[in-house]
Ligand binder design. Structure first.
Ligand SMILES: [Zn+2]
Length: 240
């Protein structure tokens, strides 16, 4: 499978930046994982919007879903012009309900809810979920192709569930928004590295980066715990 970083900023995009958005591909399947500000523009560098069939939203904070609101318009026009004849399937939490309602615009999305029991089969992928700890209902997600696994933490504070869910993953993409000593509803880069180490992940990529911070600050903190971790950069590609 292949992961492409479309956007790695949070909670807002910096200059020429984009918020949470990742393209997960295997053979002819492509899945958009999160859809924050700027992500739809970048998705189109790789695929036409008519090839977008599946979207997973790990939670309904704006920096993970804001572009869904403009994607609604794009799909509505495409449907009316006959460019597409099916809604895009969207997997997301069932709350906040006000935001779920925003996604019901003209039935351009077929909405399905995520919970810990959901197990999706899309192409070669088996996709599972685990509830995290964040101010709104949020899920970490795991993609397995039968051989390799890729885990995305989404947004969370430290919790043991994430260590077991990420266990032995080949690629672990983890929230590391904060630096050691800072407080907020996110992991620090150091905690991301500690979780990766405790879970024996083979490769860590730290994401959800505050645009005003030097990337070197994240790199320094992570490198104190694990070797060979990287900080997510737009358009970087990871083959898993
Ligand atoms: Zn969030």
């Amino acid at each position: 499978m292949k992961l492409t970083i479309l956007g790695s900023h949070g909670p807002y995009p910096g200059v020429d930046g984009a918020c949470s958005g990742y393209l997960v591909e295997d053979n002819d399947i492509n899945i958009l994982l999160d859809c924050g500000s700027g992500v739809i523009s970048r998705y189109q560098k790789y695929h036409d919007l008519k090839d977008l069939k599946y979207i997973i939203l790990t939670h309904l904070h704006s920096d993970h879903m804001a572009d869904m609101l403009v994607l609604r318009y794009a799909l509505d026009i495409m449907m009316k012009k006959g460019y597409i004849d099916q809604p895009v399937t969207v997997y997301c939490p069932d709350e906040p309900s006000k935001i779920v309602e925003e996604l019901r615009f003209n039935n351009v999305f077929k909405i399905k809810y995520i919970d810990d029991e959901l197990k999706l089969k899309i192409g070669n992928f088996t996709i599972t979920f685990k509830a995290m700890v964040h101010p709104v209902k949020t899920f970490a997600v795991k993609f397995s192709d039968g051989d390799k696994t890729f885990v995305f933490s989404s947004d969370t504070i430290y919790n043991d569930q994430l260590v077991s869910f990420a266990s032995n993953s080949d690629l672990f993409l983890c929230d590391g928004n904060l630096l050691n000593g800072e407080k907020g509803p996110h992991l620090t880069a150091k905690q991301a590295a500690e979780i990766s180490k405790a879970a024996h992940c083979k490769k860590l990529v730290v994401t959800h980066l505050w645009p005003q911070r030097l990337m070197e600050e994240y790199e320094k903190e992570v490198s104190e715990v694990v070797n060979d971790a990287t900080i997510a950069k737009p358009f970087d590609v990871y083959h898993v």
